[in-house]
Design a protein around this ligand. Sequence first.
Ligand code: NDP
Length: 270
Amino acid sequence: MIEIPKAESLLEMFSLKGKVVIVTGASGPRGMGIEAARGCAEMGADLAITYASRPEGGEKNAKELAEKYGVKVKAYKCDVGSFESVDTLVKDSKDTQVIKEFGKVDAFIANAGRTADSGILEGSVEAWNEVIQTDLNGTFHCAKAVGAHFKERGTGSLVITASMSGHIANFPQEQTSYNVAKAGCIHMAKSLANEWRDFARVNTISPGYIDTGLSDFVAKETQDLWKSMIPMGRNGDAKELKGAYVYLVSDASTYTTGSDILIDGGYCAR
Ligand code: NDP
């Protein structure tokens, strides 16, 4: 059973000193991954961060985190679309991997993701499969790779970056594959919250439109239309989400599981 934390002070509950956190997809200069990692490092966690196509971004971010916050940080290459790649990242079967290097994993932030325009009629089967493979199957691969370790230790927190698009269908951009993948992530967290109830917590964070570069390929008119539909009148900055990641990783959230934190400037509240 996941116990009530012994700490009484809020600062102690939020402290991540002594914890080891994996963050996938932390190679961007201003993405959710690097901001989640910054939040965890600031609260004292050691970190394994991953990149896929931008090794220089991953290494640069690892150096920045280690120097600024004085914690241990290593960058690893990982393709979440491959179970073998995520399993190799986590397990101690190879000298360089996270459990071998850090001794344990307390939390896994499954953040890596991609998007593509792929309405059912216009999009290709390949485009559909690519998004589902990274965003939905990739999240499953992360859960499967770390779940046994959480069970063995009797503790763990899996935090999944889902999306507002898992709640509402993105419009007018046709991103059905992405919407479906993110809705699947939200339900995966609810299902896993039950499956893992005795030893680990599983939650999602659903960002709205956040300026990270992910949607730069979308036409300006569409981006302006999206902005006009946000009650707060602006896109979010990834640093406005890092507190939520820290909360879900930390002992401040020991009674939170199967939950989704929607951070969208009020978009879904309209
Ligand atoms: P970023 O481009 O900064 O982050 C995407 C990250 O995912 C990169 O680090 C990228 O690595 C990694 N990645 C992509 N494909 C793979 C793969 N197959 N295996 C491993 N890593 C991979 O953009 P965001 O910060 O915006 O995106 C982070 C998450 O937030 C995603 O899950 C996204 O869907 C979600 N999100 C974003 C929103 C937004 O408005 N920006 C809104 C809602 C959700 P590399 O660059 O090295 O290839």
